[in-house]
Write a new protein. Structure first.
Length: 614
């Protein structure tokens, strides 16, 4: 049963709204991971103790960096910072230390909060700025667990999230308490979220979509269930949905498709009532797959959401909603949002024409941290409403005759890779710092599976030119894995237009597009390698895979790693983390980790490896 989220509830701090839920639902589960979990009362008390530790360690700090992976400790830390009246800046501890150090310096943080798992990293990063580290796993047991009752105004800055930057470095998007509460209110009321809901949380705490998982749960008395897709894979998501009777799940379409690809015809999820997609275009076949596996009463939602404005539009489809055209619309504007489609001169486009999606709302982000020029470029004064602003999203859209908004693509060089917004300029800047790279252009290309992957086109200044493996290795020390190109194409020169600009439309399709075997094919030597190569070939959609073909060079990423791990579990009865694929790198390396062929059992219902061709 949903509860009303009235307008006046946005005129407070996030912590105040949470504390009301903690009092009303003290004994209900707030967050749960496998056998571990906290009730609302326990989560509130733990966050209060952590907030007092933060105030004791750095009372004058405005911004607090968080180093947590997804899970209970991350939620405790987020609430603690908000209760302390400070701004949290979540950084992903799995990203390269060089990148983390740059972001820490840019944020100007006065404190780092981490758990014991990441304390050493936090201390190493904080040493340069002499920053203290608060470890939420070793708090003083004498710290009180009651509410702090600090007066945090609704206009205070709640968080800063870093996104890829068009100037070659990430930019921090800041947001106020009131604005986030407004969007949670709109989201809550549109989906009817209430205490009985069980919401899956599939994203890193650094990803803005987390705001639509964690907050709608904890600010409404519902329960949140973290599931780390990157490390646990999408195949175990089905187990979570069934075991925990999840009612609401949200993810990007690429994760959704990989999840459905691993289901059997008998998989059903009777408790699920809402699955929401966002971050990438949604197609009619996605709706068909949803209707095949989910209850008749379940709804599929598509949304347009941005870090700078949260949910801007939403479209909810039922079993009988007619599906027309080649793409699913993102719907109508959310509460408190107006949408215009403008041409390059800032004028409204004609009906049915494509234009840039521009948002008008009193709840937009204040802008980018210490980036006045970027803020002025994206957030402009509204000529029709003095004192208000418009956010130019850079996304292209079109209004259908029925008034529904269709989302098409970016108008600039920002791309979506598995739901992550990536500015290719940041990757290009990192590549240009490497020896032997004279010119470079990074573009998104669709592979044979229909997924978007990054391709780097470069002109080399050295002979021989740098090898793709060398480039990828150097980049991995600076950029997160979703920003690593899947293929590198060496060109004699970059194609240009008549005005001298790079002609991106003339960039060739890569011969080695990152979805095929490398040169020097080496056949499997053992039954185990034959079975493993067969699994890889099935997942990558190739006729054959050599035992030394590199996972990343083939176009591998975390979702494909999850599929391979799922097939290994079914075939060999062995549990592996998807991260093993990135460590092993090749079929041969993975087989070494699994052990000798004679020690690997043949799972019931699978072919004997000795019968497979080598």
């Amino acid at each position: 049963m949903s509860l009303a989220f009235p307008p006046e509830e946005v005129q407070q701090s996030i912590a105040q709204r949470f504390e009301k839920q903690a009092a009303a639902h003290a004994d209900r589960p707030a967050i749960r991971v496998a056998a571990q979990g906290l009730t609302y009362a326990e989560l509130n008390a733990r966050a209060n103790r952590a907030a007092r530790a933060i105030l004791r360690a750095a009372p004058g700090a405005d911004r607090v960096v968080l180093l947590f992976e997804q899970g209970i400790p991350a939620v405790v830390a987020v609430l603690a910072v908000l209760k302390a009246g400070k701004t949290y800046v979540p950084l992903d501890p799995t990203h390269p230390p060089v990148r983390l150090g740059e972001l820490l310096e840019d944020a100007g943080a006065g404190l780092i909060v981490a758990d014991s798992r990441h304390r050493v990293l936090a201390e190493r990063l904080g040493a340069a700025g002499a920053l203290q580290v608060v470890d939420t796993d070793t708090l003083d047991p004498d710290l009180p667990g009651d509410n702090l009752a600090l007066a945090v105004p609704p206009d205070a800055i709640a968080y800063m999230l870093y996104t890829s930057g068009s100037t070659g470095r990430p930019k921090g998007v800041i947001q106020r308490h009131r604005n986030l509460l407004h969007f949670v209110r709109s989201y809550t009321n549109s989906l009817g979220i209430g205490p009985a809901d069980r919401i899956a949380w599939l994203h890193s705490v650094t990803f803005s979509a987390t705001n639509m998982n964690v907050y709608p749960a904890l600010l409404n008395g519902a329960s949140v269930y973290p599931h780390d897709v990157k490390n646990r894979g999408v195949d175990q998501l089905a187990e979570l949905l069934a075991r925990e009777r999840i009612t609401i799940c949200q993810c990007v379409p690429s994760v959704f498709r990989h999840f459905l690809a691993g289901l059997s015809p008998d998989d059903r999820f009777p408790d699920l009532r809402i699955w929401e997609l966002g971050g990438e275009p949604v197609f009619p076949r996605d709706v068909e797959l949803f209707r095949r596996h989910f209850p008749e009463a379940a709804r599929l939602a598509n949304r347009l959401a941005l870090t700078e404005a949260s949910v801007a539009a939403q479209y909810i489809m039922g079993r009988d909603t007619p599906i027309a055209g080649t793409a699913i619309p993102v719907g109508r504007p959310a509460d408190g949002v107006e949408i215009s489609l403008l041409d390059d001169h800032g004028r409204e486009v004609a009906d049915g024409e494509v234009g840039e999606i521009v948002l008008r709302s009193p709840y937009l982000s204040p802008g980018y941290w210490n980036r006045a020029e970027l803020t002025e470029r994206a957030f402009r004064p509204d000529p029709e409403r003095p004192g208000q602003r418009m956010y130019h999203t850079g996304d292209l859209g079109r209004l259908r005759p029925d008034g529904l908004l269709e989302y098409f693509a970016r108008k600039d060089f920002r791309v979506k890779i598995r739901g992550y917004t990536v500015e290719v300029a940041e990757i290009e800047a990192a590549l240009l710092e490497l020896p032997g790279v004279e010119q470079v252009v990074v573009a998104a290309r669709e592979d044979r599976r229909g997924d978007q992957r990054l391709v780097a086109y470069l002109v080399s200044s050295s002979e021989p030119p740098p090898a793709p493996a060398e480039l990828r290795s150097c980049l991995s020390a600076r950029l997160p894995d979703y920003m690593l190109p899947a293929a590198f194409v060496l060109l004699g020169r970059l194609p240009v237009t008549s005005t001298g600009k790079v002609d991106r439309r003339a960039l060739p399709d890569p011969e080695d597009d990152g979805s095929g075997p490398v040169e020097g094919y080496i056949a499997p030597r053992t039954p185990l390698e034959a079975r493993m190569a067969g699994i890889w070939a099935e997942v990558f959609g190739l006729e054959r895979i050599g035992i030394q073909d590199d996972f990343l060079a083939l176009g591998g990423h975390s979702l494909l790693a999850g599929q391979i791990v799922a097939r290994i579990r079914r075939s060999f009865g062995r549990e592996l983390s998807p991260g093993v694929l990135f460590e092993a790198g090749t079929v041969a390396g993975l087989c070494q980790q699994l052990g000798a062929a004679e020690s690997v059992p043949v799972a019931k219902g699978t072919a004997d490896a000795r019968a497979l061709p080598v």
